[in-house]
Ligand binder design. Structure first.
Ligand code: 5GP
Length: 200
């Protein structure tokens, strides 16, 4: 997505440890017009998938995910990182290792909002090692639902997340694929032609 790549080149800051900071339009301040275009791009790519729900992880996934959900006219559900006061029996729970915080946290989704009938589009702001997307997919599977696709705003293609998800048979679509952050410079990779798993 050219508009997104342009924004990353103009405003993205490369931090140590292969982290890209995009807090002027995605991770802190949010550019709503860009988020709407991002949501529309996900909705268009996964149009044939009969999505019933969009699932993301609080907080940075919420802005792009709500725009995708709005465009597809389905609810957005975000997994919570904080412990809820609700009884554990009412929750799906997964441990997810955070790439940026370098610690494991427990994320929860209320059983009330996810069922075996759901065809879920998982959306996240970044894909690095795949832990966040894999944790969310385990929650969908706990509910007996189907992961109909995984939409990523910015994929760091030099990290192994995509391969792990494709290996498990998931359809992954990223709107910007960063090939390298070496020397403080962002370079992009092309979108891979094959989207399907080797197991298909
Ligand atoms: P993964 O779980 O795939 O290793 O990492 C994805 C998660 O870590 C995302 O939810 C995102 O919040 C965070 N993350 C990973 N890499 C980056 C990065 O380069 N920049 C920012 N801002 N967040 C990242």
């Amino acid at each position: 997505m050219k508009q997104l790549e342009q924004k990353i080149l103009e405003e993205g800051i490369v931090l140590n440890g292969n982290v890209l900071k995009v807090d002027s339009f995605l991770n802190h301040q949010v550019d709503p017009q860009l988020m709407l275009s991002i949501g529309q791009a996900f909705a268009s790519f996964f149009e044939a998938e009969a999505i019933t729900k969009v699932l993301t992880l609080e907080s940075s996934g919420i802005a792009p995910a709500v725009m995708a959900a709005l465009t597809m006219n389905v609810p957005l559900l975000f997994a919570r990182k904080r412990k809820s006061l609700t009884l554990k029996d009412d929750l799906y729970t997964e441990k997810i290792y955070s790439f940026t915080k370098q610690e494991e946290s427990e994320v929860t989704v209320s059983r009330k909002f996810m069922s075996a009938e759901d065809r879920v589009l998982i959306i996240d702001d970044f894909l690095a090692n795949g832990d966040a997307a894999l944790g969310l997919s385990r929650i969908v599977e706990q509910a007996g639902g189907t992961v109909a696709g995984i939409g990523i705003v910015i994929e760091k293609a030099f990290q192994p997340g995509r391969e792990k998800l494709i290996e498990l048979g998931y359809s992954v679509h990223s709107l910007a694929r960063v090939a390298s952050l070496a020397d403080g410079k962002v370079t992009f990779a092309a979108e891979p032609v094959a989207q399907t798993s080797s197991k298909d």
